[in-house]
Design a protein around this ligand. Sequence first.
Ligand code: NOJ
Ligand code: CA
Length: 719
Amino acid sequence: MRTMKMKNLLIMSFLWLSISGVALAQKVASPNGEVQMQFELLEDGTPAYSLSYKGKPVIKTSKLGLHLKNDEHSLIDNFEVIEREESAFDETWETVWGEENEIRNHYNELAVILNQKPTDREMIIRFRVFDDGLGFRYEFPQQQNLGHFIVEEERTQFAMTGDHTAFWIPGDYDTQEYDYIESRLSEIRGLMETSITDNLSQTSFSDTGVQTSLLLKTDDGLYINLHEAALLDYSAMHLELDDENMVFQSWLTPDVTGNKVYMIAPGKSPWRTVIVSDDARDILASRMTYNLNDPVAIDDTSWIKPVKYVGVWWEMITGKSSWHYTNDFPAVRLGVTDYENATPNNTHGATTENVKRYIDFAAEHGFDGVLVEGWNIGWEDWFGNSKDYVFDFMTPYPDFDLDEVRDYAKSKGVEMIMHHETSSSVRNYERHLDAAYQFMKDNGYNSVKSGYVGDILPRGENHYSQWLVNHYQYAIEKAADYEIMVNAHEAVRPTGVARTWPNLIANESARGTEYQAFGGSKPNHVTVIPFTRLIGGPMDYTPGIFEMDISKANPDNDSWVNSTIANQLALYVTMYSPLQMAADFPENYERFMDAFQFIKDVGMDWEKSVYLEAEPGSYITIARKEKGTNDWFVGNVNGETRRTSNISFDFLDKGKTYIATIYSDAKDAHYRNNPQAYEIRKVVVNNKSKLKQGSAPGGGYAISIIEADKSETRGLKKL
Ligand code: NOJ
Ligand code: CA
């Protein structure tokens, strides 16, 4: 019986091999069997793979390989399989911060060891098949015939099965701060130019090049996310679409000479990832990107903790005040000490007095920290003409008394958050980094917001090239030595590296709230970001704007924040981050103290998350249980179309009673003309409760659900 079965199996696989006409095909299924990857060598010895989900094709046969510089054979074809290693892995790890306490890392692995016949070189392609998708990478073992080499282009394909709907931003080596475009793949070429000019006037490198993390939706209801994991010592990957055949191919970020990656064996590429499901909520719940990164590399992580903060920031973003202290340009030529003699411009935001106002507000409302931008000299020269030595990260402006601010914050139990705008002068930053971090520790700063605005210096380098990727990583690892948490803006998009280095508590690397003061963002932007940018790690999105009319802050700025107040509240739940800002002015919060209460109450670190409703571009509803309490928080963000959400509270503990405070859009709320119309109601709920709740265009709702005893619920209605 047994032998019969074996025989049948052998015959079947033989048949299958001859039908497909390829040699050495091999399938690997995910632990639950729903995701299946097939590896094969094409006739000319080119490695290839394909992927299916519940029997439906996701990725058609796609080639794998790398084009090397000055190398006749490259690592493209003429391979033979010399060995395959199959293994299974199942482990649950604890998060330092996150959307849950524990993450299960469960996959089946296939490592294909290849030999390139004419060159006698070895390359391994390692595949990991999870229930939520596929990760694979190239590995270059140490060997006689492969030492140093330069990757001219990686040739990894992702062959799509049709003209899918995509949520994309244009390929760009220097910025991701675009509004997402929703279109068919075949429409990308036509939309490329307008999308670039509408956004940032950047020049894209290709008519069909897009950035990852990219979200696709197929006509038969599959959601597919393409991205990368563990981007280390390599350049960031874009995807270029062959829009006749609907095949994406990797397009790496070049350095100033056009080279893409410098490798030395032993070495490896980042993981290339495909997350797939027929339920959009599973894309949000996927932890594959973290799982493909190494475990935590920091022994004692007790100093890493979530931070809720306010700051002297929105003032400058709206143009109400300035980062720089004087209008004398360029101030550096006046000499550092001459700042004392420079004429103040009287719009400088980071004055001791103003900062104290924010410290008082933070202390009164229980915030952990206060960020101050524009506290240090150099901003005049940066705006004047960028040189590579503008900032020293240590010398305050004359009207910012660092000692006084430090002592005042300490007396109020508030932490100051450091700001390092590097002006993209990377060499200058590295030159100062140790001293700057030490200066932070000496003055009680435990976290830094860094930034890389403008063209990279040395000139010609790109924000997402290998050298820069290594720089961002260097700054994170060095910060860990000093027990400093990092929030890097304009750095490369995250790829789950925060699993290994959880002191990277956030990045920007996408279009944040600041654009609401630079002309506005699409009202459905926040229903896309969790499916794309947030796949790689948390974002310092800086939500919490209550005054949508920016001309009230600065009469010369006619921007409008395309969001309702209820939508702004929901972002604290839907945009997961261990770093959350309440970005608006204290005086704006003081006008809406009842709504502000949600920002004060909302948790920052979660035991578990339940994805209740999700459709990219349209809506997202998430419930999260705060770590160490029985409190739950729910957030719903809505796109352009008015919508009613139906949710069940069955995630709550059985038998317990809770008071839910629901912050929702008023019936007539609308992001465009009535964004401040909200309602707050308190009701009693348990795990059998159901809620039917409307959300305005660009709106949403936020709910805090706090366990209560009988006496507290008296007089309150049941939901
Ligand atoms: C851009 C950042 O995104 C923003 O938050 C910051 O205020 C400015 N750069 C100045 O550093
Ligand atoms: Ca930015």
